[in-house]
Design a binder for this molecule. Structure first.
Ligand SMILES: CC(C)(COP(=O)(O)OP(=O)(O)OC[C@H]1O[C@@H](n2cnc3c(N)ncnc32)[C@H](O)[C@@H]1OP(=O)(O)O)[C@@H](O)C(=O)NCCC(=O)NCCS
Length: 229
């Protein structure tokens, strides 16, 4: 039986990905109360569709958590950059929060749902397609239009961006970000923290951690971008 979703959730990051997570949440679990954590913003709240959501600074939850209740104990994360996700999640866990079940938008298609395992703290967006016998890790998001074949694994903190194709039996390791529209061939393994460029075509496994590849076929970029932003 599907786990019940909490009535209140902490979203890590109040920028674009965090606001998107808010709207996905409102469509999947209407009425869920949300607070954001974002030390980069000076505002104390964010108004979304007429609803005011507090922004927590310095991981101080006193004004929203109430003793004896489960208010704002569970969190999710949806920012684009995997290393930023990991840094935020590490702080959230240290602050005593626990990951909420990953949010699956009703407009996503999970084919062979009982054979698909979905982790915690992430989200699966409308028009995403995931086929049978695939495992989706914690704190991952699968963006609109992304398609993942059968018997794949998607590691923790991965970001499978708009329209990416991950073909069957492929293993996407922790922290990988696929560029929009990129394709990863079947039966490959992509090393942790790799970034694939928009529209690239990955035809061979990538063994070197943390590199950026681009082009058709995908090759390591000569000048490696700084991705910890
Ligand atoms: C590959 C990528 C990470 C490179 O980022 P970057 O280092 O900031 O890249 P720059 O814009 O400085 O470009 C560096 C060079 O690579 C080229 N380039 C950039 N992205 C490319 C791509 N996807 N395929 C081929 N070449 C690419 C640029 O044209 C530029 O070439 P030049 O040196 O001849 O002018 C980035 O372009 C990308 O594809 N990011 C994924 C974006 C995405 O899908 N986001 C999803 C969330 S919305």
């Amino acid at each position: 039986m599907e786990e019940q979703f909490p009535g209140s959730v902490v979203i890590l990051g109040a920028a674009g990905g965090g606001r998107l997570a808010y709207w996905i949440l409102q469509e999947t679990h209407p009425g869920t109360r949300v607070v954001f954590v974002d030390d980069g913003m000076t505002e104390d709240s964010l108004v979304l569709g007429g609803t005011e959501c507090p922004i927590i600074h310095d991981w101080q939850f006193d004004r929203v958590q109430h003793p004896g209740t489960e208010d704002f104990r569970q969190f999710m994360v949806s920012c684009t950059y995997p290393r930023v996700k990991k840094a935020l999640v590490t702080k959230a866990l240290a602050a005593g929060l626990v990951p909420a079940p990953s949010v699956i938008h009703p407009g996503a298609a999970l084919v062979g749902r009982p054979t698909i395992s979905v982790g915690r703290g992430g989200s699966i967006h409308p028009k995403a397609v995931i086929l049978n016998d695939t495992t989706i890790g914690d704190y991952t998001f699968i963006s609109a239009g992304a398609q993942i074949g059968h018997d794949c694994t998607i590691g923790d903190f991965a970001s499978i961006n708009f329209g990416s194709l991950v073909l069957g039996y492929t293993h996407i390791m922790e922290g990988v970000a696929t560029g929009s529209g990129s394709t990863v061939r079947d039966h490959l393994t992509i090393a942790p923290w790799v970034q694939t460029g928009m529209q690239c075509c990955v035809t061979k496994s990538i063994t070197e951690e943390g590199i950026t590849v681009a082009g058709v076929p995908a090759r390591p970029m000569v000048k490696q971008p700084f991705l910890d932003r």
